[in-house]
Design a protein around this ligand. Structure first.
Ligand code: NAD
Length: 350
């Protein structure tokens, strides 16, 4: 059955969906509802049936799936209204502002026997898939530290994202993507979370944060987003017991892998004079102790998200972005907010 998509909130992201969702095949965007008349007019100009009223939009029988692309604070009520009208629902990220809100949404999907998922499109990002392929190939050995970061330098967080009441701030906005990526790939659970959030130039919301995740197997992951970082560090930095990787950019155009060929156990008897000063531990190892590899090649296509939703609705595929995984990410976000408030690591409970 083709997806006949109606979008709630015809803003920036909705237009991205309007352009990209049909590329999956079997997905047609047919209607949009927005509280702003100007946005409804633009939806109509872009070939959609425009609606100024939610009940009229939800009464449109041709729409079988609704995508909620509004500011974050109203995802819950709009998604539940759509599911109560018998529509399958895709919510934009962050799915909601708390685990409790998400639980209400999941209950509505179960009660109405409709599919419910979240647009975690960054599971298909090229940099992420490249990092995963390298990690899963074993060339890095067992990872002990994973760093994921996004550094921007504009500083100002625009529009509703700068306001707390709309669910603004970078932990909800980008943190949810970066955390979802790491939680989705790790083979074990997070044991505890420590986070610090800052409002550098945006007084109401976090515009810089650092979250540390301690995993049950001892791996530590750091997720960092800054909007006013005038110098930037790599998008990914991963160290394992057999190798290390860095990826500089979202397209994975720049980066490399260094592998350990042999562990040099013989240490010079005396302190060595090196460019980093007198040290033995950080003296450069012999050249043959390590080798360099290029980053692996991957195919990355965001439209797989829509194709999976289409097939999952038809019962032909397992849903990739599962509500339980979304709940896990939201619970880590809640722990990060709590950790910031208390300045303590927060133990996760499952
Ligand atoms: P936006 O401000 O550009 O658009 C939001 C639209 O929603 C506006 O047209 C606004 O008029 C409308 N709106 C507000 N309240 C409404 C309501 N109660 N009912 C109907 N319409 C309403 O915002 P955006 O950047 O498009 O972000 C929208 C959502 O998409 C957010 O949840 C955001 O986090 C998410 N997003 C996701 C990605 C991604 O990569 N997955 C990227 C950007 C934004």
């Amino acid at each position: 059955m083709p997806i006949k998509l109606g979008i709630i909130g015809y803003g920036g992201m909705a237009r991205w969906h309007h352009k990209n969702a049909p590329r999956a095949g079997g997905v047609e965007v047919i209607a949009a509802y927005d509280i702003e008349p100007r946005m409804v007019k633009e939806a109509e100009e872009n070939g959609l049936r425009g609606y100024h009223a939610l009940d009229e939009f939800l009464a449109d029988k041709e729409i079988n799936t609704v995508l909620v692309a509004t500011p974050n604070n109203v995802h819950k009520e709009l998604a539940i209204a759509a599911m109560n009208a018998g529509k399958h629902v895709i919510a934009e990220k962050p799915v909601a502002l708390s685990v409790a809100e998400l639980d209400e949404m999941v209950a509505a999907s179960e009660k109405n026997h409709v599919l419910f998922t979240v647009h975690h499109n960054r599971r298909w990002d090229k940099d992420y898939l490249t990092m995963r392929k390298a990690l899963e190939s074993g060339v890095l050995g067992k990872p002990y530290t994973i760093e994921s970061r996004v550094h921007g330098c504009g500083g100002i967080v625009y529009g509703w994202r700068a306001h707390k009441e709309y669910g603004g701030g970078m932990l909800y906005d980008w943190g949810v993507h970066l955390l979802d990526q790491i939680l989705y790939m790790m083979p074990c659970k997070v044991e505890s979370v420590y986070a610090r959030l800052f409002s550098i130039v945006n007084p109401e919301v976090d515009d810089y944060f650092k979250v540390l995740l301690n995993f049950e197997d001892g791996t530590i992951a750091q997720v960092e987003v800054g909007t006013l970082c005038l110098e930037s560090l790599p998008r990914w930095f991963v160290c394992g017991d057999k190798g290390a990787l860095h990826i500089d950019d979202f397209e994975a155009k720049s980066g490399s892998i260094t592998c350990l060929n042999k562990l040099v156990t013989e240490v010079a008897p005396e302190v060595v004079d090196t460019p980093s000063g007198p040290t033995r531990v950080f003296a450069p190892p012999p050249e043959d102790a390590k080798s360099h590899l290029p980053l692996p090649e991957v195919e990355a296509d965001w439209t797989e998200f829509y194709a999976n939703v289409r097939d999952a609705i038809d019962g032909k595929a397992e849903l990739i972005v599962k509500p339980g995984e979304v709940r896990y990410t939201m619970s880590v976000i809640e722990a990060a907010f709590k950790s910031h408030e208390t300045n303590q690591a927060v133990k996760m409970s499952y």
